[in-house]
Design a protein around this ligand. Structure first.
Ligand code: NI
Length: 135
């Protein structure tokens, strides 16, 4: 009997979507306002979910205090109030789209989640636009 437990968290970060190897005109055509060379910010909201069997001893799939602290250390401290393009290693050569940010978050959390549990990351870039990655 598998149960999914979830925790919400958020961080603010700035980014710019562009490719160095494209002309300005093509970057503007594909990325629009997100190609602003002066960067712009988003209030990112995320939902991190862990799915697995309930431990018969504790009644938990995963201790939510542990999940909370893990998200704090690995994601919030790492990304909050950062310029993703400039300050975060993963995005030095990777466009910081919501899709790529969700994958980076998943990869940072995955090693800390019990092997038999599944991990899913939902990342909201705006209240209406969100992406999901589960490996
Ligand atoms: Ni943007």
């Amino acid at each position: 009997m598998k149960v999914k437990v979830s925790r919400k968290a958020h961080f603010n970060a700035a980014h710019r979507l562009y490719r160095k190897d494209w002309e300005d005109s093509k970057n503007n055509e594909i990325f629009g306002k997100c190609n602003n060379p002066n960067f712009h910010g988003h209030n990112y909201e995320m939902i991190v979910s862990v799915t697995g069997e309930i431990d018969p001893e504790t009644g938990f799939v995963m201790d939510m205090k542990v999940l909370k602290d893990l998200i704090k250390v690995e994601i919030e401290v790492y990304l909050d109030h950062k310029n993703l393009n400039i300050e975060v290693d993963e995005f030095k050569s990777l466009n910081p789209t919501a899709e790529n940010i969700a994958v980076v978050i998943w990869k940072r959390l995955r090693p800390h989640i019990h092997k038999t549990n599944e991990l899913e990351v939902v990342l909201y870039e705006t209240p209406r636009n969100y992406v999901t990655f589960s490996g």
